[in-house]
Design a protein around this ligand. Structure first.
Ligand SMILES: Nc1ncnc2c1ncn2[C@@H]1O[C@H](COP(=O)(O)OP(=O)(O)OP(=O)(O)O)[C@@H](O)[C@H]1O
Ligand SMILES: [Mg+2]
Length: 267
């Protein structure tokens, strides 16, 4: 598998044909325990076109984390296919999965997962350690640009402890972009944030999506899912519904004070 060159800041597809960021076909996952086999996913299929913004929801035990682990290449399905570009991840070796994780996936977690000893720009650069492309100067420049993109251009030398929760999540989002990922996979990314900061992070996701970035987020929160273009609901390991979000909340260009009003209005 070949690694890509250093990416551009935004990457909308230029072709009129919409390509898939990922495609899952008949995905099943069984956990074999001593006394029983748990069928956590029982045949899940969907496409995520490049540029989509999908929220995955569902009650406890419906299979969200299991699906997230598969989409994040942390695990392999029992049956079915998972295509990233033209590659079927389901058939890859552990080494290939590690390489994909390191070079083409952008993960954003509830707990940010930043390295406390590193500065903002160094944290953003971490995934590039696995890349062999470009000079260290061009990699560092790329990280500075991404820090500016998420509004942290004036915080390059700060360490995570010196940042607010929302700022730390911005660093994590910039880090998730540094490898030009197939998609950003966000796992309850706003779960630790207050409602105004949540709106700011969702505004950032919206802007990145407007620039062509594909976003898949797992969330328990209806308010958060309402920002996505599409909502996939799981139930008992199956897709219960997969619908365009007709009531989508758009916070385009709103200032923090206006976001606060949206939150208090329950918009
Ligand atoms: N490692 C495992 N071994 C055995 N069973 C598992 C394992 N992981 C998950 N399961 C089972 O698979 C099913 C789906 O679990 P999963 O964690 O994907 O649900 P979830 O939708 O993420 O739930 P929650 O909202 O509570 O996090 C559950 O019945 C769970 O008990
Ligand atoms: Mg879970």
């Amino acid at each position: 598998m070949s690694s890509p060159p250093l990416p551009n800041t935004g990457s909308p597809t230029s072709s009129s044909e919409v390509k898939c960021a990922c495609r899952v076909v008949g995905l099943t996952k069984e956990y074999v325990l001593k006394s029983e086999t748990v069928r956590a996913l029982r045949g899940v299929s969907f496409d995520v076109p490049q540029g989509d913004y999908v929220a995955i929801m569902g009650p406890s035990g419906s299979g969200k984390s299991t699906l997230l682990n598969l989409l994040g290449c942390l695990d392999r399905p029992t049956h079915g296919n998972f295509f990233l570009g033209d590659d079927d991840v389901a058939k890859m070796s552990d080494d290939d999965l590690s390489e994909i994780r390191a070079t083409r996936l952008g993960m954003v977690f509830q707990s940010y997962n930043l390295i406390q000893q590193l500065t903002v720009v160094e944290n953003i650069e971490v995934p590039l350690t696995y890349q062999r492309f470009g000079s260290s100067g061009s990699r560092r420049q790329r990280c500075r640009e991404l820090a500016a993109l998420v509004g942290l251009g004036d915080r390059l030398g700060h360490r995570p402890m010196q940042l607010s929760g929302g700022q730390q999540q911005r660093v994590a989002i910039a880090r998730s972009l540094v490898n030009d990922p197939y998609f950003i996979l966000a796992d309850e990314a706003t779960g630790n944030l207050d409602s105004v900061t949540t709106e700011e992070i969702l505004q950032l996701f919206e802007r990145l999506n407007d620039q062509g970035r594909t976003i898949i987020m797992v969330t328990h929160e209806d308010d958060v899912a309402q920002h996505a273009k599409r909502v996939i609901r799981l139930r008992d390991g199956l897709v219960q519904s997969d619908e365009i979000n007709t009531d989508r909340i758009i916070c385009k260009g709103k200032k923090p004070s206006e976001l606060a009003e949206m939150v208090s209005d329950g918009e």
